[in-house]
Design a protein around this ligand. Structure first.
Ligand SMILES: [Zn+2]
Length: 280
């Protein structure tokens, strides 16, 4: 009896360390630290968004339209963050250009680890256009099944479906035969139409099991994008969430997912984080 008590704590520690290591997910495709140009609004066959500068750690960009917790499990719980932007503990030789949401550690008495597998992922800006999407289980440069979105600002007007779009502009029918637009004497512009233009901010969500949107879709805040899995270059179920600015490359999502951020979080172990994001 005495002997087994002595052996158990180091064994537990080893198991915990192993779990932690499996949550550090390599994404070697995510850039080499170069800043990037403005992307073309390609709707299919998207390549991964590139990296940026680790000088962007904890930088706040007032024009960043992406905000809020993107996962509906462990929402607001910092213990579920398994890898930070430019995490120094990330796989050697690779820079991590996003934020990983993974398993949440619970006290051993509560069962140890709680998986994030199959949790829902939600769009985190007011409006966006899906410019990249895959659900075939392929590698896709490490992204696996994924959704890449381009933020857009939209204005409403009366118009018709299927109008010509300029580069960087998207036209969406909001409602067919909208009452305020419909005039039986002039039925040319009966629909409520959204004219949307991009500011080139992008939000990317990787390693899905299934996706629930398609390239070209208009998405709004809170829309379901898909469910978490471990597809692509990933060693355990997690969401890789990445925000790319128009000019500074990838930025630190930790500054946007919660209204309050404590720099201490980055240097803490997951099980040390007791404060919840007050938004949730
Ligand atoms: Zn990641």
């Amino acid at each position: 009896m005495k002997k087994s008590r002595l052996v158990l704590p180091p064994l537990l520690l080893l198991v915990l360390l192993c779990c932690l290591l499996t949550l550090r997910i390599p994404n070697p495709e995510l850039g080499t630290g170069r800043s990037e140009g403005i992307p073309a609004p390609a709707r299919t066959g998207a390549r991964p968004p590139s990296g940026g500068s680790c000088g962007n750690i904890q930088q706040v960009y007032p024009d960043n339209p992406f905000s809020g917790w993107p996962v509906d499990r462990f929402t607001g719980d910092w213990r579920s963050i398994s890898s930070w932007f430019c995490d120094p503990a990330y796989f050697r030789g690779y820079t991590h250009w996003g934020l990983d949401f993974g398993a949440r550690q619970a006290p051993a008495s509560d069962g140890g680890w709680l998986t994030i597998n199959e949790a829902g992922v939600y769009f985190t800006a007011d409006r966006g256009v899906v410019i990249g999407e895959a659900h075939d289980g392929g590698e896709h440069w490490g992204m696996g099944n994924h959704v890449i979105t381009l933020h857009v600002n939209c204005t409403e007007r009366c118009g018709t479906e299927g109008e010509h779009e300029e580069e960087g502009q998207y036209i969406y029918m909001q409602e067919h035969n909208y009452p305020e637009c419909y005039d039986p004497h002039n039925p040319i512009h009966p629909d409520l139409v959204l004219d949307c233009v991009t500011d080139w901010w992008r939000g990317s969500y990787f390693h899905f099991k299934v996706t629930t949107v398609e390239a070209g879709d208009l998405v709004e805040r809170g829309d379901l994008l898909g469910y978490i899995d471990s597809t692509g270059r990933s060693t355990g179920p997690h969401l890789h969430y990445q925000i790319n600015s128009p000019t500074a490359g990838a930025v630190d999502p930790a500054m946007t997912i919660c209204s309050e951020y404590d720099p201490w979080l980055r240097s803490s172990w997951p099980w040390e984080r007791t404060e919840m994001c007050p938004d949730y």
